[in-house]
Design a protein around this ligand. Structure first.
Ligand SMILES: *Cc1c(COP(=O)(O)O)cnc(C)c1O
Length: 366
């Protein structure tokens, strides 16, 4: 008897390459796109270790928890790291990036997270890209939480290393990921004696043995199930249309934000400016005196399938996350999330206007 997950015919190199091409089209990029056989942390780490070394001065922008991790990897590589941390309720500006360049002209690497699912903000990458290009630094971008939710355009923005994963707005598998690599980035890696080689972390191995070989032979057996899931997920996005998928996410964010504000009870959007709020997920500040993780637990008690979570670490006290991404970027999920949060706030004795919240959410869904 055959099993849907087992007994699969081997995934050919040509099939693997065709999935890479489809991912490249999602990114509108002419750069090499390498699919990596692991969760997005694999190319995120691999790209830093490949390009950074003791001679590197990196501007590491911290707008959420991932920026901290990138700074740690950069320091591991021996790079000098200039951290630029901005409060999680806002985004970094191109002006702040230019100021950092003026203060530290030796910066030759910039790491940035596009959208932060963990903190709910999104950064103006197009404008930042102009500043980075003008300065001539290598530009590394974590677009895991933005791909599928808002435009991600590495070529137009001058991104040298753009990492994506399928598990957020793409509604796909978590076990494979991809990175687009510019010629400049390949050259930086080739010149870096410390870049991983003959290693699972190595991007150069894929360059030399896969890309330069005309993508004829894979380096090892591919993660077949995950590759098929990635293909199916890209196919589904192509069927709906990338613009429509992104539209669902921006509508879900606008509706959640408007609904939460109208709900009252002291609930507020965590990110002050709507333009700086990520389409992938909406973060809310819990009312004073209400512990966010307790509120979320109450809301989930009635409907455990809702995409609600408290913030990580110290943020668990004050931040509520509505992860309205992938299949959850729908009016129904937004409505049910607001209803559950409203009920949890009411149980706490707070005064909420659920009818007003649902009306505001519906009006904001464009
Ligand atoms: C989700 C996400 C990742 C992937 O990390 P996981 O915690 O394993 O899901 C990387 N970067 C960003 C910005 C993300 O939101």
């Amino acid at each position: 008897m055959t099993h849907p997950f087992l007994d699969l015919t081997p995934l050919s190199a040509a099939h693997f390459a065709s999935i890479e091409d489809r991912v490249a089209r999602l990114l509108s990029t002419e750069q090499d796109v390498v699919i990596m056989q692991g969760e997005a942390l694999l190319p995120l780490e691999g790209a830093i270790r490949a390009t950074a070394g003791p001679g590197t001065t990196a501007l590491n922008v911290i707008t959420g928890p991932y920026g901290q991790t990138f700074g740690d990897w950069l320091r591991d590589c021996g790079a000098t790291v200039v951290d630029l941390a901005v409060p999680f309720h806002t985004a970094v500006t191109a002006e702040q990036i230019r100021e950092a360049f003026a203060e530290h002209p030796e910066i030759d690497f910039v790491s940035l997270v596009h959208a932060e699912a963990a903190t709910g903000n999104t950064n103006p990458v197009a404008e930042i890209g102009e500043a980075v290009r003008a300065h001539g630094a290598l530009f590394y971008l974590d677009a895991v939480a933005s791909i599928g939710a808002e435009p991600v355009l590495p070529d137009a923005w001058g991104v040298d290393l753009c990492v994506i994963g399928a598990q957020k707005a793409m509604g796909g598998p978590a076990g494979v990921s991809a990175v687009s690599v510019s010629e400049r980035a390949w050259a930086r890696m080739a010149a870096n004696p410390r870049a991983p080689r003959r290693s699972y972390l190595s991007l150069l191995d894929w360059k030399e043995r896969w890309v330069d070989g005309g993508r004829k032979a894979l380096l090892h057996a591919p993660a077949q199930l995950e590759m098929l899931a990635l293909e199916a997920c890209v196919e589904r996005i192509e069927g709906e249309g990338l613009d429509a998928v992104m539209g669902r996410h921006s509508s879900a964010a606008a509706a959640t934000r408007a609904g939460a504000a109208a709900l009252g009870g002291g609930l507020e959007p965590y990110v002050y400016e709507a333009a700086e709020a990520a389409p992938v997920a909406t973060t809310l500040r819990s009312p004073s005196g209400v512990v966010a993780s307790e509120l979320v637990a109450r809301a989930l008690a009635g409907d455990p399938a809702l995409p609600l979570a408290a913030g990580g670490g110290a943020l668990a006290k004050e931040m509520i996350r509505v992860n309205h991404y992938g299949p959850d970027a729908t009016p129904g999920t937004v409505r049910n999330s607001l209803t559950a949060l409203g009920a949890a706030l009411a149980e706490k004795g707070l005064d909420v206007d659920l009818t007003g919240a649902l009306r505001a959410a519906e009006a904001a869904w464009r």
